[in-house]
Each structure stands twice: as structure tokens, then as C-alpha cells.
Design a binder for this molecule. Structure first.
Ligand code: C2E
Ligand code: CA
Ligand code: CA
Length: 858
């Protein structure tokens, strides 16, 4: 999740800009470096070029000075090695030849600029001299000094008189002094005199104009000689030092300074290119930064979009993984392009198995519907197909509801995307509900609803009048005890077996249905032939009387049937069902394995029963009931110590009604609970108030033990009325123990814990076995009156009663004999240790006032 909380976009932006700025800085530094280097190089080159140029100039100048000396020497050679000169200057000084005839005269000054022209005698003294173009005899020593003269002469001797030259300062002006022996120059006409030769000396002072001229010839400007102690002042002045005989001369000139020229042209260009480069760089930089900013913004937005996309994708993935639906995408030929992970979970197929195949191949029922959708003019919008069946990987039919839409993709292609919701359970539940609403769940037979529908259809048929049919309602006899004794699963299996036996009894076209409980219905489609119904009924009785073997138990049941016929009895489905039901009731009333045809008077009886039910409800509510009490006489104490409460109904129209006229009705309709509550409450409060010292026993119907919490009810009533629990006794028939023995056992324990005693009523008529007596631990046993009535019939009957009394004792129960009507019966019971008797002989059931009277008379 950390990825979502950070903001990498902004960091990136800074990074990119920083990077660019850094790069820019490096670039600028590099450029500055390059330019600085270039400029420095340029300056160095400039200096180098200048130096080289100056050296060259110096070389040229030196060369020029040398050439000058050489020229003087050459000139001197021409003048000195000449027979005429030898003749006129060595042997003697011939002024006419020399001066007047201008052989060594003024022209040397005028034409060649030699300031001094000397002729020295072999001894060294000046014999002839032309100074500054004037014939003026002056000693050479005065011009150059004797040392320089000696050096010059020495050097000349070393060169055997060939012209030599040297530079020397004359009056602080550099000058070339050149000397040569005056020889015949190979002129054989001139006689060579013995002795040392005379010397001719030319002196040229290198004056400023001459320096300038020398420079000009070499292409060098403003060449001049500087006194050694003068500092050069001109900025472009260059100089070198010329060592001469009697000192040094600094030769200066104006440097051409080509480096400077180069700089003048190149530096501005370079600076301009620097500026242009910088300007371009800045512009470029700004452009790049601008681009970078836009780019970064785009990147940022892209990042944001990417994050959103990731989030949305994750969300989509999570949803598609957690949802029970699977998602799909197909092209317009319905070829599956993509399936979500859930597909394999829901269908059991591998995703790869179906990718590339057609969706309507998976859901064949959608073929036409898809075709319709794809034939639309505009491929837009949504569509859905409900409950589409398909075969899953287990080859069982499952159902999906498809919801889909056309989606236009970025490239313009249209695909179909959708979700498939697995609705198998709903569809099956709906089917089941539909089935159940028309079928009986247990046997799979059609139910009452369906038979009614069928019946209505049958009645609506035109030919119904020509083909009369019959409706049979069946009720199994003795089914309830089977259920009670062997349990519900056996009961269910029995019903299943019954349904198949019933089906075997009917013809094709007939119809068997289960109404509920142990009731069935049969519709015999065509009963136009006489005796047909009889035949079927006989077969049914025969079939169902055959013992059933279920879970290893042999079970025998019977059947009662009521029959209504159309169109004879009615043409209405409701009537026919009702009439058949009424006939069945009659059949049951009249005994087992019977079938009864409906007669109109029967429905009156049934109506009567319904009315009575309503009346009983009112009776309980409006206190039309009352109690009578029958004394129970204790044979050991010879006292009445208990009474049995028996209910009566003072009916406003029918008068006094006995329990056997309404108890079974109350049991069947469930009113028994209200009735019992009423009896218990009445008996308890009357016993407390009007029967001091006596116990009271109340009859509780076995159905109550199954239907409600008897113990709780009794406790409430005891609390409300204030009767001690020990004075209350409950009478239940032994059948109470048959169904749900565990629950009954618990209820009994709870009652006994309170102190309420429990008696088995009508002992000997029901199903109780010895094991039940042991298990349920009743407090007392009331021997049914049929045993007492038959006491006088045989010895055997007496011994049965004796045995039952012994049995009761063996289980430590008090034994009460009911229906004692004679003194003989009483004495027999007394002799046989019976604990208690009850009967008309002792006392009939009566109102509480009669009872008190009776007790008083006792
Ligand atoms: P039961 O519990 O066996 O009650 C005894 C029945 O035998 C009473 O009939 C009583 O009048 C009758 N009887 C008593 N002594 C003699 C006799 O010496 N000879 C003859 N022939 N009959 C005698 P009743 O009062 O008609 O009650 C009939 C049945 O109705 C009762 O049989 C009892 O099972 C049921 N019953 C009565 N009251 C109630 C009640 O409040 N609640 C319930 N659930 N059932 C009741
Ligand atoms: Ca009783
Ligand atoms: Ca009884």
C-alpha cells in the first residue's frame, strides 16, 4: 500500500530538473573551460607568433648588419686591392689621385655614406683621411680609440690583409669599421714594395636614418639603436642586443606584432562565439527546462494516471476475485477473449479451455438472443439474459444470468463485456418450490393443489358429461401407531411404499395424489362402466392390507375411503373434494377397510361437527363447562381421600353433554389444551377452597404431552390457584408413553419433582408394556372398568385382575379399580389387596355440593 501514499511524481520532477540544471552547469563550466583554454591558447599563440616574428626580424636585422659589413668589406676590397690605390696611397699619398680625382674622395661619403675614410701607414699612423666628405686629416685613434684600432689591425693581420670589419661605438653611435691592406690586387704593372702594407679603413656610422633604411630594406619598421641604459618605452617596441667592440648596442624596432593582429581578429570572433554559445545554451536550456517541466508535468500526470490505473485495476481484480460472478469479454463473433479467475471456480472448467471458443457454445440457449442483439443497428447499450442453462465440468446443468454491454475500445473495435451470475441455487430452489407447490415432497406424488387443477381441467372438458369420473379420498388406518411405535422414518418409508402400491392399483389416465399426513386421493378418469370403482377400491384394500416389511419390521395397516362422483354428485372441483372427504369421515366412523359413497345427508353431519367445534371454543371461553367429582375410596383407610374431576358441558341448546361427546373433537382440533387448562384451573381452585384434605385427579389427554409443555402449564396453574402440588394427580392413558418417550419421561420427571403424582388411566386397554412401567415409574395404576365388569364372568378374569394388582405392587404403584358397581366387586378387590376403588357403588360423579354431602354422610 506504501506505493499509494508516496508521491513519486514530484520527486521525479525535481530529479529531472536537477539533472538538467546539473548537466547545464557542467556544460557551461566545460564551455567556459574550453573558451578560457582557447583564449589562453590564443594569447600564448599570439606571444609565440610575436616571438617567432621578432626572432625572424632580429635574424633579418642581424643579417642586414652582416650584409652591411660585407658590403663595406667588399667595397673596401675593391678600393684597397687595386694597383692604382697601391701606387697612389701606399708608396706615397697622392692627394690629386685620391682627392681631386675622386678615387678615394668625397663620393665615398656622398654615394656610400662612409663618414670616415682612412689610409694608415704600415706603422699605423693616419696618412690620409676623408671625414664626413671633407678632406681632413685626423688620426684614426681619435675616432675609434687606439685599442679598437689595434684590435682591428691585429684582426687584419690574422686575415692576411683581407678586408675585416667590426662594430664599434664612435661618439656613442654604432659604426662599422672595416679595414683592408692596400695591395696591388694582382696588378703586375705595379711594383710591390717590401715592408708592411698600408691599411685602408672605411667607417660607416650607423646613424638613425641608416638604421631606418636598413630596417626598411628588411621590411622592418622604425629600426633604431638605443643607448644601453635607455629603457624601451614604446609598447610595440622590440629589441635585441648587439655586442660590439667597445660595448653593447640595443637594436630596437617596431614589432609587426602579428599576434596582436591575430588577436584583434580572432578574439572578438571568439568572444562573440562565446556569447552566442552562451546565449544559445541559455535559450536551449530554457527551452529544455520548459520542455522538461512540461514533460515532468506529463510524467507526473502519467504517474498519477498510472497510480489510479493500478488502484483501479487492483480494485477491479479484488472485486472480480471476491465476487461470486465471473466476468467475460468476447468479440462480435462471441469468441471469448478473456475470462476472470472466478470462471473456473464457478464452472469447474479451466479458463484456457474456453478462451477462444464461443460464448453461445457454453450457453446454447442464448444463441438466438445473442443473434438478435448483434443484429441491432447500433451496437451499444446493455442486455441481459436470465437463468441461462449450461453444462458445468461435472456434466450437470447449472444456471447463470448474463448481463452484458457493448464496449467501444480505443482502437474503435467493439467488444462485448459482461458478468455471469451463478443462479443455479435460485433456479433449483425455484424449480423445487414449483415442484413442491405441485408435489408432495415425501412421495413425489402430485399434491392436493395439482389434483384440484387436474380436476378442474377434467370438469371443464366438453365430454365430462359423457365420461363420468370419481374422486376417492383415502385415509390409512392404524398408521399413527406405526409412526408412534417405529418412528417417523419408518412412517415415511411406509407412506412411500403405500404410494407405490396405490399407483399399481390404478389404470393409466388415473391420478394418485397425497393430501398430507396419511391421506391420499385418487382420481379415476373414466368410470362410466358400472362396477369400476368397486373393483379399484377392492384392489386398494387388498393391496394395502398386505403386510409391509419396512426396516425388517412387519407392519399391517388398513385403509378407509370416501368416494364422490362427477357429474352425479357435483360438477365443482371444490365440492367433489369436500364430498369425498365427508364420505371418508363416514367410512372411518363405520370401521376399518371400508369405502363409502358420498350421500347428501353426510355433509350435514360434518357441518354439524364444524359447528360444534366453534361452539366448544365459545364454551371454554364463556364458562359453559363445569366439573363433577367422583370419589375415590381408599380400601386401606376406608376413607375417601381423593376425587377424580370429570368435565361436563352445559350446552345452551343441547343441554348437558358428556365428555365422550366432545373430548375427541377437542383433541382433534387442538382445543384440548384450552379445555385442559380450564379443567386444571377449576379443579385446583375448587379442591383448595372446597375439598380440604382431599387429592384431586385430572385427566390429561396423551396428545397434550406431545403438543405442549404440560409441566410448565401445571406449575403455573398450581402457583396461580395456590393448591399444594402433592394434592394434584394427573391421569393419563398408557398410550402417552408411545410417542416421543424421552420428552414424556422428562415431563413426568418435572411433574414428580414438583410433587404431582401421575396415574395410568384405563390400564389394560392400551399398548403399555412392562418395560414402560419400569421406565416411567407411575405413582398409580387405574385398572380399566372393563376388567371389573367382567370379574363375575370367569375365574380367569379374576386371576387377570389379581395378577394386575400384583404387578402394580411389584412396581410400587397404588392400584385403583375403576367401575366398581357391586359389593361383590368391592369385596373381591379388598381381598386381593387393591388399594383404591372408584365406581357407582362407592359414588357417582357429582357436583361439589353433592360430594360434600356424601362425604359428610360417610
Ligand atoms: P375415565 O377417566 O375412565 O372416567 C371414568 C368414567 O367412567 C366417567 O365417565 C365416569 O362417569 C364413569 N364411571 C365411573 N364409575 C362408573 C361405574 O361404576 N360404572 C360405569 N358404567 N361408569 C362409571 P365420564 O365422566 O363420562 O367420562 C368419560 C371419559 O371422559 C373419562 O373416562 C375420561 O377419559 C374422559 N374425561 C372426562 N373428563 C375429562 C377431562 O376433564 N379431560 C379429559 N381429557 N378427559 C376427560
Ligand atoms: Ca380417568
Ligand atoms: Ca378410566
Amino acid at each position: 500500500m506504501a506505493i499509494f501514499s508516496q508521491n513519486p511524481g514530484i520527486a521525479d520532477i525535481e530529479q529531472t530538473r536537477g539533472l538538467i540544471t546539473k548537466t547545464f552547469a557542467y556544460m557551461v563550466t566545460l564551455l567556459i573551460g574550453i573558451f578560457t583554454f582557447a583564449i589562453i591558447s590564443l594569447l600564448v599563440i599570439k606571444d609565440n607568433v610575436n616571438t617567432i616574428n621578432d626572432k625572424h626580424d632580429e635574424f633579418l636585422l642581424r643579417k642586414a648588419f652582416d650584409t652591411r659589413q660585407e658590403n663595406i668589406r667588399s667595397h673596401l676590397k675593391d678600393n684597397a686591392e687595386w694597383g692604382s690605390a697601391y701606387k697612389h696611397l701606399h708608396k706615397t699619398i697622392d692627394l690629386v689621385w685620391a682627392w681631386d680625382k675622386q678615387n678615394l674622395g668625397k663620393s665615398l661619403y656622398d654615394n656610400f655614406g662612409y663618414e670616415g675614410v682612412f689610409v694608415l701607414s704600415p706603422e699605423g699612423s693616419t696618412r690620409y683621411s676623408v671625414l664626413n666628405g671633407k678632406l681632413w686629416l685626423d688620426d684614426l685613434d681619435n675616432w675609434v680609440g687606439s685599442a679598437t684600432k689595434e684590435d682591428l689591425l691585429t684582426k687584419l693581420r690574422q686575415h692576411n690583409g683581407l678586408p675585416v670589419s667590426m662594430l664599434t661605438l664612435i661618439d656613442s653611435v654604432p659604426a662599422i669599421v672595416s679595414a683592408a691592406w692596400i695591395t696591388t690586387g694582382g696588378d703586375t704593372t705595379v711594383e710591390v714594395l717590401p715592408g708592411k702594407p698600408s691599411v685602408m679603413v672605411f667607417i660607416e656610422k650607423l646613424t638613425a636614418p641608416k638604421f631606418m633604411a636598413i630596417g626598411r630594406e628588411a621590411g622592418i619598421l622604425n629600426v633604431r639603436a638605443l643607448p644601453y641604459d635607455v629603457l624601451s618605452s614604446a609598447p610595440n617596441e622590440t629589441e635585441f642586443t648587439l655586442t660590439i667592440k667597445n660595448g653593447v648596442v640595443r637594436i630596437a624596432w617596431d614589432s609587426a606584432n602579428p599576434g596582436h593582429q591575430m588577436i584583434v581578429y580572432l578574439l572578438p570572433l571568439m568572444l562573440m562565439s562565446v556569447l552566442i554559445t552562451i546565449a544559445m545554451t541559455v535559450i536551449l536550456m530554457r527551452h529544455i527546462m520548459h520542455k522538461a517541466r512540461i514533460n515532468d508535468e506529463h510524467m507526473f500526470l502519467l504517474d498519477q494516471a498510472r497510480l489510479k490505473l493500478i488502484t483501479s485495476e487492483k480494485r477491479f481484480r479484488d472485486v472480480s476475485e471476491t465476487t461470486s460472478d465471473w466476468l467475460w469479454e468476447t468479440d462480435l463473433t462471441l469468441r471469448i477473449i478473456w475470462l476472470s479467475e472466478r470462471f473456473s471456480t464457478v464452472t469447474g472448467y479451466d479458463n484456457s479451455e474456453w478462451t477462444g471458443r464461443r460464448l453461445d457454445e457454453l450457453f446454447p440457449s442464448t444463441k438466438d438472443a445473442f443473434k438478435d442483439c448483434l443484429n441491432r443497428e447500433e451496437l451499444t447499450g446493455q442486455f441481459s439474459f436470465k437463468n441461462c442453462p449450461y453444462l458445468n465440468s461435472q456434466y450437470s446443468t447449472a444456471y447463470c444470468t448474463l448481463l452484458a454491454k457493448f464496449v467501444v475500445q480505443c482502437d474503435g473495435t467493439v467488444v462485448i463485456r459482461g458478468a455471469a451470475t451463478d443462479v443455479t441455487l435460485e433456479v433449483e430452489a425455484t424449480k423445487r418450490v414449483q415442484f413442491l407447490s405441485r408435489h408432495d415432497e415425501l412421495t413425489g406424488l402430485p399434491n392436493r393443489y395439482q389434483i384440484k387443477e387436474f380436476l378442474t381441467g377434467q370438469l371443464n372438458k366438453e365430454e365430462a358429461k359423457n365420461y363420468p369420473f370419481s374422486m376417492i379420498c383415502l385415509d390409512l388406518d392404524k398408521f399413527k401407531p406405526v409412526n408412534d411405535i417405529f418412528g417417523h422414518s419408518t412412517g415415511d418409508a411406509l407412506l412411500g411404499e403405500v404410494s407405490s402400491r396405490l399407483q399399481s392399483c390404478i389404470r393409466s389416465g388415473d391420478f394418485v395424489a397425497r393430501q398430507g399426513g396419511d391421506e391420499f386421493m385418487i382420481l379415476l378418469a373414466d368410470t362410466s362402466q358400472p362396477g369400476q370403482v368397486e373393483e379399484v377400491c377392492q384392489r386398494i384394500v387388498q393391496e394395502l392390507n398386505r403386510p409391509f416389511t419396512i426396516d425388517g419390521n412387519d407392519v399391517t395397516i388398513g385403509v378407509s375411503m370416501g368416494i364422490a362422483m362427477a357429474p352425479q354428485d357435483s360438477n365443482s372441483a371444490n365440492d367433489l373434494l369436500r364430498f369425498a372427504d365427508i364420505a371418508l369421515y363416514q367410512a372411518k366412523q363405520s370401521g376399518r377397510n371400508r369405502w363409502v359413497y358420498y350421500r347428501p345427508d353426510m355433509s350435514e353431519k360434518l357441518t354439524e361437527r364444524r359447528r360444534m367445534e366453534a361452539e366448544l371454543k365459545t364454551a371454554i371461553r364463556e364458562d359453559q363447562l363445569y366439573l363433577v367429582y367422583q370419589p375415590r375410596f381408599n380400601l386401606r383407610t376406608s376413607k375417601v381421600d381423593a376425587v377424580e374431576a370429570l368435565v361436563r358441558w352445559q350446552h345452551p341448546e343441547r343441554g348437558n353433554m358428556m365428555p365422550d361427546q366432545f373430548i375427541s373433537l377437542a383433541e382433534e382440533t387442538g382445543l384440548i389444551i384450552n379445555l385442559s387448562n380450564w379443567v386444571l384451573r377449576k379443579a385446583c381452585s375448587e379442591a383448595r377452597e372446597k375439598l380440604p384434605g382431599l387429592s384431586v385427579s385430572v385427566n390429561i389427554s396423551p396428545v397434550e404431552f406431545q403438543a405442549s409443555d404440560v409441566a410448565e402449564r401445571i406449575k403455573t396453574i398450581l402457583d396461580d390457584t395456590g393448591l399444594e402440588a402433592t394434592r394434584l394427580e394427573i391421569e393419563v392413558t398408557e398410550n402417552v408413553t408411545l410417542s416421543e418417550p424421552e420428552k414424556t419421561c422428562q415431563t413426568m420427571k418435572a411433574l414428580k419433582q414438583m410433587g404431582v403424582r401421575i396415574l395410568i388411566d384405563d390400564f389394560g386397554t392400551g399398548y403399555a408394556s412392562l418395560s414402560y412401567l419400569r421406565k416411567f415409574q407411575f405413582d398409580g395404576l387405574k385398572l380399566d372398568k372393563s376388567f371389573i365388569f367382567s370379574l363375575g364372568d370367569s375365574q380367569q378374569n379374576q386371576s387377570v385382575v389379581e395378577k394386575i394388582i400384583d404387578l402394580g405392587k411389584a412396581y410400587s404403584m397404588e392400584v385403583t379399580a375403576e367401575g366398581v358397581e357391586t359389593a361383590d366387586q368391592l369385596s373381591f378387590l379388598k381381598e386381593n389387596n387393591c388399594d383404591e376403588v372408584q365406581g357407582y357403588y362407592v359414588g357417582k360423579p357429582g357436583a361439589i355440593s353433592d360430594l360434600n354431602l356424601f362425604l359428610a354422610n360417610y
